[in-house]
Design a protein around this ligand. Structure first.
Ligand code: ATP
Ligand code: LTN
Length: 334
């Protein structure tokens, strides 16, 4: 790889992605990939913190691989790989666990949210999730981490752990910076616009999945919760309409102000159809390309194999440094 700065990000294969994941993450990945040496991971180990059906997890892993590619991630230029294929992730997470305190993890918003949502399965992995995420990032000497706004706290922890390790054992890790896109870092639910749009929402009308066809997309937008007056303006008092305006603006590359002008005097029903059409025109070609790629498992396996080999080389460079610094005797080979 040439000497550009390193970018790392990951997405969990925990279901079909939403337009929230697309706007908050994937779209920015594509925009940034050529300015950096980019490493993109499928965070399969992270998904195990919530109950998964094994066959679904395997299917979702291929789905996400195909979706990354369909969204314009170039597997030759960037590294695309599955987290579980590079064992250094789990190994570094163990070392970082020894410098992380339970209080730092139990106060994480995502941990609290997911504990409420999965009361019957509050496992150690759910709490330790941000440490594995820190390991993902720090292994690659990452400088930039594009994420949605919901992951900001986790990135802070990765920075804290990097600094703590460097102070205790001497300079080892780069301290990464987050990159949170200006528009749509938090796409809200169509059913409850106070909550973020999430692929694991039980209400299928709350999110637009990257697998929805144009008719479904338009139908879901028609049902989106708004309010009872009829003004299309961006305002904290109008979370539903504001969310739709942000989505429209992100998918058309028009500013919110221009969108407000465009829809001045237009009724909600007509506006919602326009938002649906704008979204569908971007999503539909991606969906078709993803489905085409999914028919070629051998190709996807090849992409993951190459990605893992390239990622592994970089990851073990950092991991062996870490093992040495903490005092583990290096294994003799040959
Ligand atoms: P889950 O619902 O399973 O918890 P998720 O939808 O939050 O998952 P992740 O795989 O955890 O998805 O996140 C992948 C990326 O998408 C992250 O960078 C995250 O910040 C971003 N992201 C997730 N939801 C949104 C959203 N509603 N708006 C903007 N970005 C989002
Ligand atoms: N927790 C992230 C997914 C993720 C990630 C990472 C993102 C796992 N490891 C490393 C950035 C960097 C999420 O989006 N929910």
């Amino acid at each position: 790889m040439e000497e550009k700065k390193i970018l790392f990000s990951a997405i969990q294969p925990s279901g079909i992605l939403t337009i929230g994941n697309y706007l908050g993450a994937l779209r920015n990945f594509r925009k940034l990939q050529s300015d950096y040496n980019s490493v993109f991971s499928i965070a399969d180990l992270h998904t195990l913190t919530v109950k998964q059906e094994p066959a679904n997890l395997r299917k979702n892993t291929y789905e996400l691989t195909a979706l990354y590619l369909a969204c314009g991630i170039d597997a030759d230029q960037s590294i695309l790989f599955a987290q579980s294929h590079v064992s250094a992730h789990a190994e570094l997470a163990w070392i970082l666990n020894t410098i992380c305190y339970p209080g730092e993890l139990s106060r994480m918003t995502q941990f609290k949210d997911k504990s409420l949502k999965h009361e019957d399965n509050i496992n150690m992995g759910l709490m330790d999730y941000p440490v594995l995420m820190a390991a993902d990032i720090l292994l690659y000497q990452t400088e930039l981490v594009p994420i949605g706004a919901d992951q900001k706290q986790h990135l802070e922890l990765a920075r804290d752990l990097a600094i703590r390790f460097n102070n205790r054992y001497s300079e080892t890790f780069k301290v990464p910076e987050g990159y949170i896109g200006k528009s749509c870092a938090r796409v809200m639910s169509l059913a409850e616009p106070q909550r973020k749009m999430s692929k694991s929402d039980a209400n299928l009308n709350a999110f637009i999945s990257m697998d929805d066809d144009p008719d479904t997309i338009i139908r879901k937008f028609k049902r989106a919760v708004t309010d009872s007056d009829n003004k299309i303006i961006y305002s904290p008092e109008k979370p539903g309409i504001s969310n739709l305006l942000s989505i429209y603006s992100a998918f058309t590359n028009k500013s919110i102000e221009d969108a407000e002008k465009e829809f001045a005097g237009v009724g909600y029903a007509e506006f919602k159809v326009a938002v649906g059409e704008a979204v569908a025109s971007v999503i539909e070609p991606i969906r078709q390309e993803k489905n085409r790629l999914l028919n070629d498992k051998a190709y996807l396996d090849e992409v993951l194999k190459n990605g893992a080999e390239r990622a592994e080389r970089l990851a073990y460079r950092t991991l062996s440094k870490v093992y040495k610094k903490v005092g583990l005797v290096p294994r003799k080979r040959g």
